[in-house]
Write a protein that binds this ligand. Structure first.
Ligand SMILES: C[S@@+](CC[C@H](N)C(=O)[O-])C[C@H]1O[C@@H](n2cnc3c(N)ncnc32)[C@H](O)[C@@H]1O
Length: 439
């Protein structure tokens, strides 16, 4: 494992010295560095700024600060020029060590194709650890990867699935399977990674130079609890990258205008542009506030986290066409595979825990078909039917009005009517937002 934190390097040194934990902390105690001062550097990649802590660590490691930074795989700031002047020698050293590593690994990489746990006409589901299962996927063979890994928040999963590992252990694991994603994607293939922002900031840095950034999509978190001394977390991060310069497929997705649930008036003011609005809806932005968690027990396939059909429909429809291959290394309840089936995409799935739930879901598609229909009731429409009725009732403009040319730029009149309707209901924006969140 590579070193992600100063603590990793210290721990490794203790191992080399044959020190027990106590002996290690005793060494630092003599230098007036407390255990708690060291533990801070277990959960982040920072080099200590405090002089006594840094010098204590360096004396234990018998290293200079520059050497410590290099050990962490970083070029220390201010040393870029020296580094760049010696790239030939450094490259030679690295290539030699890589050759040795490859020789040592030898044929151990050749994995046997395991039998799938479940197969349909379009896809195969494999039960096991994604790092093992990736080995059976050929290079450049997948069009889109969607991954929703455990977030390392100590959540409950099936037996044998851990959601509480160290900071460095998580990043090491994260980057290993990400390397596999990069390998198996076709040129122009799309990668979507759903995680909490903290982990995706590290991932973004790791992916720099390997894939091209498209978007950091903020998926509005509908229910979250405040965290002490931090901003209230209100979104999940959905990182969207592409292998190569541009995506081989990008189908813009259209959603309805956001409207007030009471009067149907649009929440953003589109002013003079109303008559230019596409009747199929507005193109999706990088803030997704219309994705709701799967909470109702009738729509849930299992008790642990499960993403909505709407989210997966958007990702897959946007980045693939019929017949393309979608891969999800963390199957969970099988949402990615269920949506791939409904959209006519081929799929490959891995899941370390219970695969029986996924199999059952894919064999009984009625519930997903019904959810899918609901998604499409609202997709590619400027106003869903119910909103249209409400707007008609309140005398607000509809896309058809502009198409027919019967209602020109009657904005002022519309606005007055809508304002009155809002006043009659609960008027302020906060209430509307609360309502949207609860609906
Ligand atoms: C957050 S859930 C995915 C939920 C899924 N997106 C859905 O909509 O149902 C993560 C899943 O990854 C599985 N998992 C954890 N570690 C794994 C590994 N190393 N290989 C494969 N699956 C793993 C867990 O068992 C869990 O079901």
């Amino acid at each position: 494992m590579r070193f992600f934190t100063v603590f990793d390097v210290v721990e490794n040194k203790a191992k080399q010295l044959g020190h027990t934990e106590k002996e290690m902390y005793d060494f630092f105690k003599k230098l007036k560095v407390k255990k708690k001062d060291l533990l801070i550097y277990k959960d982040n990649g920072i080099i200590p700024y405090e002089e006594n802590i840094l010098s204590g660590i360096l004396s234990y490691l018998e290293m200079s600060k520059v050497e410590l930074e290099l050990t962490l795989g970083r070029v220390p700031s201010g040393f870029d020029e020296a580094f760049l002047k010696n790239t030939k020698e450094i490259a030679k050293l690295l290539e030699e060590s890589m050759k040795k590593e490859e020789a040592a690994e030898g044929n151990s990489q050749k994995a046997l194709q395991p039998p799938p746990f479940y197969s349909s006409k379009l896809g195969n589901l494999y039960n096991g650890d994604c790092l093992e299962l990736f080995k059976v996927v050929p290079d450049a063979s997948v069009d889109c990867i969607f991954a929703d890994p455990p977030f390392n928040l100590d959540k409950e999963y099936d037996e044998g699935v851990s959601d509480k590992i160290s900071f460095s252990g998580y990043l090491d694991w994260y980057f290993k399977w990400i390397d596999e994603c990069v390998r198996v994607l076709k040129p122009g293939g799309s990668l979507f990674i759903y995680n909490i922002p903290k982990w995706n900031t590290y991932l973004s840095e790791y992916l720099y130079g390997k894939m091209n950034f498209r978007n950091w999509i903020a998926v509005d978190m509908k229910a979250s609890l405040p965290i002490q001394n931090k901003l209230y977390p209100a979104h999940y991060s959905l990182l969207y990258y592409v292998k190569g310069e541009k995506p081989k497929t990008f189908n813009p997705q259209r959603i309805p205008l956001q409207t007030c649930p009471h009067c149907g008036k649009e929440i953003k003011d589109y002013g003079g542009y109303k008559n230019k609005m596409n009747p199929n809806g507005v193109t999706v932005s990088d803030v997704w506030s219309d994705i709701f968690p799967v909470r109702h027990k009738n729509s849930k396939n299992r008790k642990f986290n499960e993403l909505s059909v709407k989210l997966l429909d958007r990702v897959i429809s946007m980045s693939t066409n019929e017949g393309d291959v979608v891969l999800d290394p963390f199957g969970g309840s099988g949402t990615t595979f269920a949506v791939s089936e409904l959209l006519g995409r081929k799929w490959i799935g891995f899941e370390l825990g219970n695969c029986e739930i996924i199999k059952e879901r894919l064999e009984n598609k009625d519930k997903d078909k019904a959810l899918f229909e609901k998604v499409y009731e609202e997709k590619n429409k400027l106003f869903p039917d119910k909103v249209k009725e409400l707007r008609k009732k309140n005398g607000l403009w509809l896309a058809e009005d502009f198409q027919k040319g019967s209602l020109d730029e009657n904005n002022a009149e519309d606005d007055k009517k809508a304002e009155k309707a809002v006043e009659e209901n609960e008027s302020d924006e906060q209430n509307i937002q609360t309502e949207l969140k609860l609906s």
